[in-house]
Design a protein around this ligand. Structure first.
Ligand SMILES: [Zn+2]
Length: 181
């Protein structure tokens, strides 16, 4: 395969995710971070999940932003195993998260950035830990109380308008029992 040097360089970058990246240098090169991260590498996210199965596909670019900040933007896509807060059963939750962060050194003024984007203050080494950044974004995107999609929750028959005229006395018991599993 013959490709121009620049594309070839990007292709090498895309083959996997580094542990750390430098937003400022990536922005200078117009480079992207593309690769997969396994959920088991994200212990804080794991606490909100049923298990640590799953992989996050990461596609993030860096470019010079306003007021000296670097714009980190892109998308994360994954399917996480979560517990439905209605029936307490595990289910697959597909997530597509848009990332839009402004990274800046401590010398910049966050207040000058008049936008909704998240601001990431870079330390002296100007490095960002890839897994922590992705983990933070996914934790923010995760619903506080995940629920099965409409019509797919086994507990729905005990709820709301679909509740039978004679309430099943064992319904609550069943929920309690499931909770122990
Ligand atoms: Zn459910």
């Amino acid at each position: 395969m013959t490709v121009p040097g620049r594309v070839d360089k990007l292709a090498r970058l895309m083959s996997g995710l580094p542990q750390y990246f430098e937003p400022i240098r990536l922005a200078e090169r117009g480079a992207a971070l593309v690769g997969d991260l396994v959920v088991s590498q994200m212990p804080r996210l794991r606490q909100s999940l049923h298990d640590d199965s799953g992989t996050v596909h990461v596609h993030i670019s860096c470019e010079p932003g306003e007021l000296g900040a670097v714009r980190i933007h892109g998308s994360l896509s994954t399917t996480l195993k979560v517990d439905c807060q209605r029936c307490l059963g595990a289910f697959d939750l597909p997530l597509n998260v848009s990332v839009d962060i402004r990274a800046m050194t401590g010398t910049g003024s966050v207040a000058d950035l008049d936008l909704d984007a998240d601001v990431l203050l870079l330390g002296e080494d100007k490095l960002v830990h890839v897994a922590s950044l992705i983990e933070d974004e996914l934790i923010l995107a995760l619903p506080l109380a995940p629920l099965h999609p409409d019509g797919q929750c086994p507990a729905t028959e005990y709820q709301g308008t679909k509740a039978p005229a004679h309430e099943n006395p064992f319904a609550a018991l069943k929920l309690l029992k499931l909770k122990k599993d």
